[in-house]
Design a protein around this ligand. Structure first.
Ligand code: PEP
Length: 262
């Protein structure tokens, strides 16, 4: 793994879970563990309703705040939507874009991913752009083709300078919330391909620094061998981010693998 000094980057997507008390308690557990997470970039991504509570809890720590979605217009008559400037105002540094649940359940397309990613960048947020194939695409041998489509359309006309602020998350849809994780080899194949695409479009410097996460049923027990792979810079964690024990366990395992690279 010579040459890699990226990561670990650990983001917890709480999805539509946790009331304010639970959100505060969980964020507090993560903040309390901060001294041992110093080398980690740690991001908590609560539902919109808990952003303010989590912001208050992580204030003054290195733990960052993210949102799960945004709309691409800055303001206006868009009932139910939240804009990038509003998320900045709420203390967010990151925002998820194109999570597979949004693609599958809420009609998100590569085109809307592109608009959202650009709106996030314009407002100074880091978009965590999610890509991943469904099982039928994997079974048909179309995984890399699908990833290429998602990257090409989702990041269309994003400049090289902006791309350096984008985090990409590879999340095979068949592994999300299913308990079925991609093997380290399966994940690495796609993650290396993503870095290669970035290299072809944006050059070596951008590709070598790009943060590419893996997501899909990550737990403490499988995070060490995944992080050992050269192109896995960290994790986007769903279910296991709802417990301090498992979320911090994943961070510790990634740090253990990272420490061994030195
Ligand atoms: C996710 O929601 O991004 C995710 C990876 O979920 P899980 O870890 O539960 O599979």
């Amino acid at each position: 793994m010579a040459g890699r000094r990226r990561g670990p980057f650990i983001a917890g997507n709480w999805k539509m879970n946790l009331g304010l008390h639970e959100a505060r308690d969980l964020a507090r557990k993560v903040v309390d563990a901060e001294p041992e997470l110093r080398e980690c970039t740690t991001v908590l991504i609560p539902p919109f309703t808990a952003l303010e509570t989590v912001r208050g809890t992580v204030a003054g720590s290195a733990v960052a705040l993210g949102a799960q979605n945004l709309y691409w217009e800055d303001a206006g008559a868009f009932t139910g939507e939240v804009s990038a400037p509003m998320l900045r105002d709420a203390g967010c540094a990151y925002v998820l874009v194109g999570h597979s649940e949004r693609r599958q359940l809420f009609g998100e397309t590569d085109g809307t991913v592109n608009r959202k990613a650009k709106a996030a960048l314009k407002a100074g947020l880091v978009p965590i752009v999610c890509v991943g194939e469904v099982l039928a695409e994997r079974d048909a041998g179309r995984t890399l083709e699908r990833i290429d489509e998602q990257l090409a359309r989702g990041l269309e006309s994003v400049s090289g300078q902006d791309l350096e602020r984008v985090v990409v998350a590879y999340e095979p849809v068949w592994a999300i919330g299913t308990g079925r994780t991609a093997s380290p080899g399966q994940a690495q194949e796609v993650q290396a391909h993503i870095r290669d695409r970035i290299r072809k479009s944006y050059g070596n410097g951008t590709a070598d620094c790009a943060i590419i996460l893996y997501g899909g049923s990550v737990k403490p027990a499988n995070s060490y061998p995944l992080f050992k792979e050269n192109d896995i810079d960290g994790f986007l964690v769903g279910g296991a981010s709802l417990s301090g024990l498992s979320f911090l366990g994943i961070a510790r395992e990634a740090l253990r693998a990272y420490g061994e690279e030195k």
